[in-house]
Design a protein around this ligand. Structure first.
Ligand code: MN
Length: 312
């Protein structure tokens, strides 16, 4: 049994666990142990952002802004039943297994490519990845990701795909939905990475879910080398295994690097997202360099194109 109550910032997550798991938790947080003399309390610990309380009833409560992250290390049902993540029920202790994670970025940005990364984090590197700074998705600002991505790329096997605007627009005009493009990119990244690490294999593959499993595999109809073995899907998967967190950082880093290049090309720092600011910037670029240049650096079918044309 797992349930989640979400307040403004504070999450309050309760897991129902067996004695062995409760023992593992008290071992893991020994250094942060605090005394709490409430009835039924077996063990209590306090981290900077999370209070953990383990009860004789088998309930373990995680409170605070880090509750999701900490609970995800122990709670198998979290992925299924909570409002935190949606998707497959993950195996027990999932966060400690050897996993390939994949994630994409740039899909909602008018300027720049879509990037997809798949990253392999074997069990013995999980701690290293944390030490390199992959901790809490809340602290992952663009600047922070720029800092730590190169270290991750040097320490881990990964596969990175960049779908640049020309190709994106081409596929889009051929009738490919963005979902289908994403599906194909994820699959290709996973396939390439599996080849890189062979004969070693991950215990699981976790895709940060952008589509239900059936929809995802529907996107892949007609594709070659469809990766299906041990593939799991969950939303907010970056909180469930560091491999997905690392993938999201590497994908973001690649996106930012591409944006830097495109910004240089047009002599202005390109705005992310798809807001009015983007329309105005697109109009400036269209005036200065013409429509073709703008098309080559944007996802042309976005509504921003028409808005920019109107401004011009
Ligand atoms: Mn994602």
């Amino acid at each position: 049994m797992t349930y989640v109550e979400k307040g403004e910032k504070m999450a309050n997550i309760v897991l129902q666990l067996d004695v062995t798991m409760q023992q593992k938790i008290s071992d893991a947080y020994t250094a942060n142990r605090v005394e709490r003399q409430a009835p039924g309390v077996l063990f209590a610990a306090k981290l900077d952002d999370t209070a953990i309380t383990s009860y004789a009833s088998g309930k373990v409560m995680f409170q605070g802004s880090g509750a999701e992250r900490e609970a995800a290390k122990w709670g198998q049902a979290l992925a299924k039943k909570s409002s935190v993540s949606k998707g497959d029920t993950l195996p027990e202790n999932f966060a400690q297994l050897s996993v390939i994670g994949s994630d994409e970025t740039g899909t909602g940005d008018y300027f720049g490519p879509i990037t997809v990364a798949a990253v392999y984090v074997p069990q013995h590197k999980i701690e290293l990845v944390r030490e390199l700074g992959v901790k809490d998705s809340k602290q992952l600002t663009d600047d922070y990701m720029r800092q730590i991505a190169p270290d991750l790329m040097n320490s881990l096997h990964y596969s990175l795909l960049i779908l640049r605007n020309e190709k994106y627009n081409d596929l889009q005009q051929k009738g490919y939905s963005q979902g289908k493009m994403k599906g194909m990119l994820h699959n290709q990244a996973l396939y390439k990475l599996l080849q890189k690490i062979a004969p070693e294999e991950p215990q699981y593959i976790l895709i940060d879910q952008f589509a239900e499993r059936s929809v995802y595999y529907n996107y892949l109809k007609g594709s070659k080398n469809i990766v299906q073995r041990n593939v799991l899907f969950s939303t907010k998967a970056e909180n469930l295994h560091v491999a997905v967190a690392a993938a999201s950082i590497i994908a973001r880093y690649a996106f930012l690097t591409e944006m830097d290049k495109l910004s240089k090309q047009v002599g202005m720092s390109l705005q992310k997202g798809a807001s009015n600011k983007v329309d105005i910037m697109a109009a400036q670029i269209m005036r200065k360099f013409g429509e073709d240049t703008l098309k080559n650096i944007t996802k042309w079918h976005f509504a921003n194109t028409d808005k920019a044309k109107k401004i011009v």
